[in-house]
Design a protein around this ligand. Sequence first.
Ligand code: SF4
Length: 490
Amino acid sequence: MTEKCGVVGVSLSGRDAARPLYYALYALQHRGQESAGIITHDGFQQHSHVEMGLVGDAFDEGDLESLAGSAGIGHVRYPTAGSLDTSCAQPFSVSFKSGSLGLSHNGNLVNADELRDKLAGKGHAFTSDGDTEVIAHDLARNLLEEDLVRAVKRTMGRIHGSYSLTISHDDTILGVRDPQGNRPLCIGELEDGYVIASESAAIDTLDGELVRDVRPGELVVLHDDGTGFDSYQLFEREHTAHCFFEHVYFARPDSVIDGQLVYEARRELGRKLWDESGVETDVVMPVPDSGRAFASGYAEAAAETTADGEPRPERDDGVEFAEGMMKNRYVGRTFIMPTQDERERAVRLKLNPIKSTVAGKTVTLIDDSIVRGTTSTQLVELLRDCGAEEVHMRIGAPPIVAPCYMGIDMATRDELIAADKSVEEIRETIEADSLAYLSTDAVAEALASDRDDLCLGCVTGEYPYDVEGEVTDRDVDRPEIDSQPMRADD
Ligand code: SF4
């Protein structure tokens, strides 16, 4: 599973934005590794550098020097299909009669094709098949007729789906989050300005302070001189649709998303996992690195209560937590494995158990999710080869039964092991002694959220957005409210 994008925007007083944007993109690298880009504006003209590859490879000193101006936006991208070239790399830029526009997008529109056809019919020429260009053209068109806030509101009224955006309109930087707040976006204060970013870890990297999340349906406009920001609540919905997988898998554990530290959320999910399906084994160990925080919460809960939910007797040591599996950090995604047999054995290149930790023991292996089931099968086999007497798997999320249409590169329905198999059938496939997933109710409890305020599309098959051919779990009408400008400190 891969997150598609990370976005950032900064407005500073008196120093260039390029370097802070570059550092922030480094902090967001986990959200996209295919391309990286920065657009800045120096008050007179826009400067842009967009390149394929990792942040560290996409920019050199000369590139950063050329990105003049104290305001700008940045983007890291992971495209889902096709377009493995710079035509879909971001930030996307357009110049038009009343200025220049740059756009960084995290998410996925569900009506991009329809909107592209309409705009093409009005004479707009598109250079990519990406949905970000659709937003950019629509906004540029609206800006010819209306002020910034009204133009953004009109575009938000037309685009459907998931979007967290940072936008540069000349040297004014904006942040926008879709009315259901599917993807994260937050605001931070720096010593000499403000930053908007996908995750608060980017704000930490700049020595800034997290101010708050951008609210679903909110437009944030940073002051050009870096002294503050204005907020406009342009749309309001009864329910949000935060992607629960941000907390489970995608976001950095050191980020705070929608008011919750991701690391603590994962530990809480692990605690719930013990409460719901704990099994008494000699050792509990995480699949590194994804299962680590879950396993730590699981083991902590196991130290307090038995698997039957009774208080653990004082002389009972409970379940031992062990880092029993080591990860080879140098096996990257570009590693070439020409044959299917070699691909299937790839897990042995990536992960290696510490034999003495598992030999002769009953083991619980904790991970955050099972997508295709291939890795889980290999891990169970690996632990048995190393002498484990029993191997139990516990998963810190519900089974993934359907694809994501909101900006996550997950898998097709055919590839998802849980799409047509029961939990028992999956257990048989991966050859574990037992297998249990976390319930959706436990996810909502662990995230301190109402179930109706989460997107659970990939684990329920019911989506909070109107996806063609899929079931919608809520009213998709888009009630508008009048936009009332508010000061940031209102
Ligand atoms: S479908 Fe799943 S991965 Fe996609 S936004 Fe919803 S919860 Fe997140």
